[in-house]
Design a protein around this ligand. Structure first.
Ligand code: COA
Length: 143
């Protein structure tokens, strides 16, 4: 498995994974913009050109928001998200990013434990932040 920047050739698989994973999926145009925009930094974990996982960063000065973290269901619990995020965060640090934040559904214990295992800590709660279904968001930071 390799971790590399997302490319145009990945977009069919990326959009399918996104649509299968999230209730408000990003559209193809959003990912096309993300590949082009200077302040976005999107990655895939891939094996033999099969996209196993995605993750992205939206950067602002020396901080970045983590977004669109998803792993194919059949490949979960094999350490793929953790290694994808480790590499993404390490490259961002070398580019001057000093702090990372994200929001996650309060009931998404798998994701919360994964972020905690990477050193993220809970710093806040946004009431009823999500819809489809309505749920609070936990705000996490790694500084
Ligand atoms: C959350 C998600 C990205 C985790 O991806 P993954 O590749 O399975 O995670 P990893 O195998 O790297 O797991 C790393 C750690 O996270 C925690 N974890 C992951 N899945 C877990 C689960 N189902 N239950 C409990 N802990 C879990 C564990 O601490 C795990 O370490 P361990 O296996 O050594 O115990 C994946 O389940 C997914 O795509 N979920 C749907 C989309 C989503 O929730 N995205 C995050 C939105 S903020």
């Amino acid at each position: 498995m390799i971790v590399r920047k997302m490319e145009e050739k990945d977009l069919d698989q990326v959009c399918q994974l996104e649509a299968d994973t999230f209730s408000r999926p990003w559209r193809r145009k959003d990912f096309e913009d993300a590949i082009r925009e200077k302040y976005y930094c999107f990655y895939v974990a891939a094996e033999d050109n099969i996209v196993l996982a995605t993750a992205g960063l939206i950067c602002s000065h020396d901080e970045a928001d983590i977004t669109n973290v998803a792993v194919l269901p059949a490949y979960r619990r094999r350490g793929i998200a953790r290694s994808l995020l480790r590499q993404m965060l390490a490259e961002a640090k070398t580019n001057g990013i000093k702090a990372f934040t994200l929001e996650v559904r309060a009931g998404n214990l798998a994701a919360i434990q994964m972020y905690e295992s990477l050193g993220f800590v809970r710093e806040g709660l946004r009431k009823e932040f999500y819809d489809l279904p309505c749920e609070d968001a936990v705000i996490m930071w790694k500084r």
